[in-house]
Design a protein around this ligand. Sequence first.
Ligand code: 5GP
Length: 202
Amino acid sequence: MNRGKLYVVSAPSGCGKGSILSEVLKNNKNLFYSVSATTRSPREGEVNGVNYYFVSLEEFKREIESEGMLEYAEFCGNFYGTPKKKVMEKLEQGFDVILEIETVGAMKIKKAMKDAILIFILPPSVSELRRRLNKRGTEEESVIDKRINEAVDEIKKAVYYDYVMMNDELEKAIKDFEAILKVSKLTIENNRNLIEEVLKNA
Ligand code: 5GP
């Protein structure tokens, strides 16, 4: 069985990546979404083990020390990290894995795992991003300002990704995301065995 592919998805908070990913995951049963650990408090409606593993700073540090994290980063005063074991298991089993992480963690993955595919989702504009964050109403104004500043810094790093797409219309964004998944499977690296197969009986 072929090893799965690792996809790293980054998008500033409020870009609607959650809506894109939930639809894509529904349509693609071979995709596994890696649930991260975080020291941030749960937002209303968030469920432990589904949206995140909500852990204390001590637990988070213990995981780092025991090399249980594939990557981690501090973002807006909280720690976020990818539990390593599950991701590696799923890749070995042939599942494709999605990490939804910010840019510092994404760059760490790019360096450590050369065949990872990095996808950046852009908002239509920074003002639209602010409007969406205000509408979501889960954060105070000062936190929103902080997140907008972070978003601008993150968007500058999109140039280091393999693919960039915009979420200006959900249906289109889902199609774009699935097109990236599809095309990333059609590379020479992925299909050497196919070429050999065809040539075998030449
Ligand atoms: P939020 O607090 O809005 O859920 O997430 C804040 C940021 O942390 C988002 O950009 C999200 O993608 C990122 N994030 C979530 N999980 C991880 C992780 O495991 N590692 C890293 N580096 N970033 C993460």
